[in-house]
Structures are given as C-alpha cells and as structure tokens.
Design a protein around this ligand. Structure first.
Ligand code: NAD
Length: 261
C-alpha cells in the first residue's frame, strides 16, 4: 500500500523505530534509517531490511538530532536524494529517571532537545515538500507519558506532553494540504530504553528490579503485557495508508488500558 512513498524514521537503529521502519519497508515504502550506534551493526540492520523487501530502497543518515540544524539537514538530504518526503516518523528519544531536585540540568536539556525539539525541526523542514505534493503523514512517537505523568520523569513527561501539543498544531496547519499529523502514545514496550531505566527506577523507589517490572511497569498496564514494536509498526502503516486519511491531531494510546484509568 505504500509503494513509491519515501519515509524518514528517526531513531530507527533500535527498538520501536526499527520496528516501524521494518513495517514501512514491508508495506513497500523507501525508508531512511537514522540513529546512533556501531556502523557495522547499522549496515547489518539496513542489509537485513533490504533483503526482506527487495523493492524498497533503504538508506542510512547518521544525523545527530540533539542539534536542530542536523535535524533539518536530515530532511533536506532525504529530499535531495529521494526527491520527496511523504512520511515522517519522529521517534528518536531518550529517558532519564531521577527525582527533580537531583535531576541533572544537562539531562533535562538533552531530553527536551531530542524528544521534543528535534520533531519540530524535522517537521519544519518537511512541510514545504509535503504541501507541494498535497500529501504528508507525520507520526510522532510520544508516550503514555504524553497524556499522564509518573514521578521521577519530569523532563520526559514535559517533552512528551509537548509532542502532543506540537502534533495538534501541525495537524491544523496541514489539514487543508493533505497532511495528517498524529501522536502515538505507547505504554511500556520492551526495548533497550526500558531495560536501561529499570536500575535507576529501582534506586529512585528503593525496590528490586523484579519489583520494578511487576509493581511499576506492568502495574501501569491493565492488560499486564508489554506492547510490541510490531504493534506500533502496524499502527503506523495504517495511519499512512488510505484508512488514515481523516485521522489527524490525535494522541493514540497503545498502552493496554493504562491511560483509561
Ligand atoms: P531505543 O533506545 O531502543 O531507541 C532509541 C533510538 O533513538 C535509537 O535508534 C538511538 O540510536 C536513537 N537516538 C538516540 N540519541 C539520538 C540522537 N542524538 N540522534 C539521533 N538518534 C538518536 O528506545 P525505544 O524504546 O525504541 O524508544 C523510541 C521512542 O519511543 C522514544 O521516543 C521513546 O520515548 C518512545 N517510547 C518508548 C517506550 C518504551 O516503553 N520503550 C514507551 C513510550 C514511548
């Protein structure tokens, strides 16, 4: 359904972004992979994506999205290389868990820069091309923490609520130009980002790792399971396809009922 479409997925060398990139290539889109990591491993990931979908073109762009200029350049490079950008998935993100009074200010700045501002910069750069083509699909990977809060995640929750606000504004600006913009709001998905915060959460709350998984992570999700990167890939493909045409400005929870509480 997405043959001929060009997609950028930020932070797609791992986790949810990689799952979304895989789903988009399987639906026929050309995909620009972005993210940090060991170059050999990234080349391996790109080759594996290409093998599964011989009709899709895969390219890698290593822009560091902490920097707004690089974020805009990622989009410019894609348009120069592929001629257009139809689908923009803003997914790159980091987490830091700490009580606010000891939260390192530089971590706060980094989380706002990557989790919120980079999406503003890529959208700004992609909008003219999408308007010209009368088509655009922007998916911002926010979080259940874009809708509700948890303690010790002040920067992350602020950034993700910001992403939901950005999403609504962009939806209104794109509405008459065939551009939709939605936020997807995962609960907990088992990826390196979640795995890496277990120890810090255990420390902040004074409990064990197993207790973090049972009493903090899965306690938030009434269905008692982690969402999967495949589920987020399938939702993204749906939003990009014909069925998604009228869905815009939303924040869609993928959280097993967490935010229904
Ligand atoms: P992850 O750590 O597996 O992947 C993060 C990706 O971002 C990686 O590809 C990494 O290389 C990239 N990245 C990091 N710093 C970057 C930079 N400076 N420039 C460019 N890319 C950079 O994490 P994930 O769990 O897949 O998270 C992806 C998104 O989903 C994040 O925005 C996260 O907040 C959100 N999210 C995750 C969960 C979860 O439970 N895992 C839940 C809700 C929302």
């Amino acid at each position: 359904p997405l043959a001929g479409k060009v997609a950028i997925v930020t932070g797609s060398t791992s986790g949810i972004g990689l799952g979304i990139a895989r789903a988009l290539t399987r639906a026929g889109a050309d995909v620009v992979i972005n993210g940090l990591g060991d170059r050999k491993e990234i080349d391996f990931v790109c080759a594996e994506l290409e093998k599964g979908c011989p009709l899709s073109r895969i390219a890698y762009n290593g822009a560091n999205l902490m920097d707004g200029n690089e974020a805009r350049q990622l989009v410019k490079d894609t348009i120069a290389d592929f001629g257009q950008v139809d689908i923009l998935v803003n997914n790159a993100g980091i987490q830091h868990v700490s009580p606010i009074e000891t939260f390192p200010p530089e971590k706060y700045d980094a989380i706002i820069a990557l989790n919120l501002s980079s999406a503003w910069h890529t959208i700004r750069a992609a909008f003219p091309s999408m308007k010209e083509n009368g088509f655009g699909r922007i998916i911002n990977v926010a979080s259940a923490h874009g809708l509700v809060a948890s303690p010790f995640k002040s920067a992350y929750v602020a950034a993700k609520h910001g992403v939901v606000g950005l999403t609504k504004t962009v939806a209104l600006e794109g509405a008459e130009h065939g551009i939709t913009c939605n936020a997807v709001c995962p609960g907990y998905v088992w990826t390196p980002l979640v795995e890496n915060q277990i120890d810090d959460t255990a420390k902040a709350r004074g409990i064990s790792r197993d207790e973090v998984i049972r009493d903090v992570l899965l306690a938030a999700q009434p269905n008692k399971r982690f969402a999967t990167v495949e589920e987020l890939g399938a939702l993204t493909v749906f939003l990009c396809g014909p069925g998604g045409q009228s869905i815009t400005g939303t924040a869609l929870p993928v959280d097993g009922g967490w935010t229904a509480h």
